[in-house]
Design a binder for this molecule. Structure first.
Ligand code: TRP
Length: 468
C-alpha cells in the first residue's frame, strides 16, 4: 500500500472545526423534529430541567470518555478497543456500528422528507401537510429525495475529514444558526407568541413520571450522538493539543441550546396560526410535517413560502451534518481495518445502509407486513417500522453508553482515561472537573445508565411498563 493509514485517516484542521463537526453531528432531526414536542408533552420546563441534568451529569462524562478513547488510539469505534489492548471488548464498537447503520437507514428517509418539503414550501404547496400520508407513500418521489440525501452525505464524507466533514460543518453550522435565530426573532414578534412560549414551557410536574424520565434520557443520548462510537471516531481525528473537557462542554451547550431554541421558534408560530388556542394542538413529531405547512400558509403566500422554505432548509442542513457523522462511523472502520480507500468505503457503506432503509422508505405501503413482523419480534408499542427501528436504536445507544463508561473506568482503568484527558488540559489532575468526571464514570453513569437501559428494554420490547 502506497498510502500510510495516517494520511488516509485525516485530521481536523482546528479545534473550532472539530467542535462544529461534532455539534453538527449532535444538532439534527432530534433537536428540531423531536425535542420541542417531548418538552411540551413531558412537562414543559420541568422536563427541560431534567433534560439538562441528564445532558450535563450523565451524558457529558460519556462524551468526554468517547472523545478520549478516540484521541488516545486514533482508531475507529471497533479498532479503538483493539488498540487499547482489549480486543474482547471491541464488541462494544460492533454494537455501535450496528446502531449507526440502523439509525442512518431510517434517519435518511426522514431527512429526505424534510428536503422534499423544502421544495413544496418554496413552490407554496401548503396543502402538502394534509397529504402527508400520501406523500410518504409516493415511493418514487421519496426514494429520489432520500437517494439525493444519501449521495450528498456520501459526497461530503468521501472528501475526507478536513476538506469534507469539517468544511461542510464550517459552512452549514453558521448558516443554521443564522436561520434559526432569524426565524426565532420573527416568531417572537407574532401575535400570541407568548401563548406559544407558555404552552411550551409551563412546568407541569404531574407529567414527570418514569416514562418521561426515560424519554428524556433517550433523547439526550440520541441528540448528543452518544453511545455508538461516533465521538470515538470524531475524537480520533483530534489533536493532542486540544482540551477535551472544554470541547465537550461547547458541543453539549451548542446542542442543548439549539434544541431549546427550536421550541421557542416553533410554538409561537403555531400559536399565531391558531389565534392563541392551543387546546387542539396535535402533539407528537408529526406536527412538523402535518400541521406546520398549514401554519406557514397563514403567513400569506410569499411570506409563507419564504419562512416555510427557510424552516425546511434549516431542518435539512441540520440533518445533513448528522447523516455525515453517522456514515463516517462505518467508513472509518472500513478504512482503518479493511484498508479500503475512503471512496470505496463510502460506497460500500452507503449502499448497504440505503438498502436497509428501504423498509422505512416504503413503510406506509407495507405497514401490514411490518406490523406482523413487529408483533413477531415482540414489540407491541407501534405498528410502524420506523418507530421500531427508533426504539431499537435507543436501546443500542443506551447499552453502548453504559458499556463504554464501564469499560473505561474498570477495564481500561480510569487512571489511563484521566491521563488522556489531562493531555491538552493543564492542571486537570488537580481540578474539580477530574473529581466530578471520576465520580460520574465510576458510579453514577454505570449504575443509572444500566438501570435505565433495563427499564427502557422492558417497556419498549416487552410492554412491561415499570416505567409508568
Ligand atoms: N444527534 C443527531 C440528532 O439529534 C442524530 C445522530 C447523528 C446520532 N449521529 C449520531 C445519534 C450518532 C446517535 C449517534 O438528530
Amino acid at each position: 500500500m502506497a498510502i500510510s493509514s495516517n494520511t488516509e485517516r485525516g485530521a481536523w484542521n482546528s479545534r473550532l472545526g472539530f467542535v462544529l463537526a461534532a455539534a453538527g453531528s449532535a444538532v439534527g432531526l432530534g433537536n428540531i423534529w423531536k425535542f420541542p414536542f417531548e418538552v411540551e408533552a413531558g412537562g414543559g420546563a420541568a422536563f427541560v430541567l431534567l433534560y439538562l441534568f441528564f445532558c450535563f451529569v450523565l451524558c457529558f462524562p460519556v462524551m468526554v470518555t468517547e472523545i478520549a478513547i478516540g484521541r488516545k488510539t486514533k482508531k475507529n469505534a471497533i479498532g479503538a478497543f483493539d488498540a487499547l489492548g482489549f480486543p474482547k471488548w471491541n464488541f462494544i464498537g460492533k454494537i455501535g456500528i450496528l446502531a449507526g447503520i440502523v439509525i442512518l437507514s431510517f434517519y435518511n428517509v426522514v431527512a429526505g422528507w424534510a428536503f422534499g418539503y423544502f421544495f413544496e414550501m418554496v413552490t407554496a404547496n401548503f396543502e402538502i401537510g394534509a397529504q402527508f400520508g400520501d406523500y410518504t407513500k409516493d415511493v418514487f418521489k421519496i426514494g429520489l429525495y432520500s437517494i439525493f440525501f444519501m449521495v450528498a452525505t456520501s459526497f461530503i464524507v468521501s472528501k475526507g475529514v478536513s476538506s469534507g466533514i469539517e468544511r461542510a460543518a464550517k459552512i452549514l453550522m453558521p448558516t443554521l444558526i443564522i436561520m434559526i435565530v432569524g426565524i426565532l426573532i420573527y416568531a417572537l414578534t407574532l401575535p400570541n407568541a407568548f401563548t406559544g412560549v407558555k404552552f411550551y414551557l409551563v412546568p407541569e410536574f404531574s407529567e414527570l413520571n418514569l416514562r418521561t424520565i426515560g424519554g428524556a434520557l433517550r433523547q439526550a443520548f440520541f441528540s448528543l450522538s452518544l453511545g455508538m462510537g461516533a465521538l470515538i471516531t470524531y475524537g480520533s481525528y483530534l489533536s493532542r493539543k486540544e482540551n477535551i473537557v472544554t470541547s465537550a462542554a461547547m458541543i453539549t451547550i451548542f446542542d442543548v441550546g439549539i434544541a431549546f431554541i427550536a421550541g421557542l421558534m416553533l410554538f409561537p408560530i403555531v400559536a399565531y396560526s391558531t389565534g392563541g388556542d392551543m387546546a387542539n394542538i396535535e402533539g407528537g413529531a408529526g406536527l412538523i410535517f402535518v400541521a406546520l405547512p398549514g401554519v406557514f400558509e397563514t403567513l400569506g403566500t410569499t411570506l409563507g413560502a419564504v419562512m416555510g422554505g427557510a424552516f425546511f432548509l434549516l431542518l435539512s442542513f441540520a440533518a445533513l451534518t448528522s447523516t455525515v457523522s453517522l456514515l463516517e462511523v462505518p467508513v472509518a472502520y472500513i478504512v482503518d481495518e479493511h484498508k479500503k480507500t475512503r471512496k470505496n468505503a463510502v460506497i460500500i457503506s452507503a449502499v448497504i445502509i440505503f438498502v436497509l432503509g428501504l423498509p422505512s422508505l416504503v413503510a406506509n405501503g407495507y405497514s401490514a407486513f411490518f406490523s406482523n413482523f413487529i408483533t413477531y419480534v415482540g414489540a407491541n408499542t407501534s405498528t410502524d417500522f420506523m418507530t421500531f427501528f427508533g426504539h431499537l436504536a435507543d436501546v443500542l445507544l443506551l447499552l453502548g453508553g453504559t458499556l463504554i463508561v464501564t469499560f473505561a473506568a474498570y477495564i481500561w482503568k480510569k487512571e489511563n482515561l484521566h491521563d488522556e484527558i489531562a493531555t491538552g488540559y493543564e492542571g486537570y489532575h488537580d481540578s474539580i472537573n477530574k473529581k466530578l468526571i471520576d465520580f460520574a464514570i465510576s458510579y453514577l453513569c454505570p449504575v443509572l445508565l444500566g438501570i435505565l437501559f433495563v427499564l427502557v428494554v422492558l417497556s419498549n420490547f416487552f410492554g412491561i411498563s415499570i416505567i409508568n
